[in-house]
Design a binder for this molecule. Structure first.
Ligand code: ZN
Length: 139
């Protein structure tokens, strides 16, 4: 069995955004030389997510509105977490509901998706350096 590890680095100039990282993950699969296996992709921060869904701008707007309804950024006094002096209590909750990681099958050296599936990095507390881990196992 072979393994391959890679980090992606983000420095997103907004507090909340979604980035399609499908090509970055496929590039890592190609670099790994693994033809049959699994790719784990996870956010390395507790205020960011990795998730799979459609690359459709209306849907992404719906996510942002829905998340802001569930966990509005302001007033920051809404969150006990922010008593620590942080202002990202909402971002921890948004990360929880959008998930930490995805696992995708690799078949014939390619990500083996269902229809319209794409991989996204979800940022909920941006304006700083964040990382995503890609770990690939197989042969
Ligand atoms: Zn925090």
């Amino acid at each position: 069995m072979k393994t391959y590890r890679k980090e992606l680095v983000f420095n997103i100039n907004k507090r909340v955004d979604f980035i399609n990282i499908t090509e970055d993950v496929q590039k890592a699969v190609s670099e790994s030389g693994i033809k049959d296996g699994l790719a784990l992709v996870n956010a390395m921060h507790i205020t960011a997510s990795v998730f799979i869904n459609d690359d459709e701008q209306g849907l992404h707007g719906d996510y942002k509105r829905w998340l802001e309804t569930l966990a509005p950024h302001e007033p920051v006094s809404l969150y006990q977490h922010n008593r620590t002096g942080e202002d990202n209590g909402d971002a921890h909750l948004k990360r929880q509901i959008m998930g930490r990681e995805v696992v995708v099958a690799i078949t014939n050296g390619a990500l083996d998706f269902g229809p319209w599936e794409q991989i996204f990095y979800g940022e909920f507390d941006g304006l700083r350096r964040k990382r995503v881990l890609i770990k690939i196992i197989g042969e």
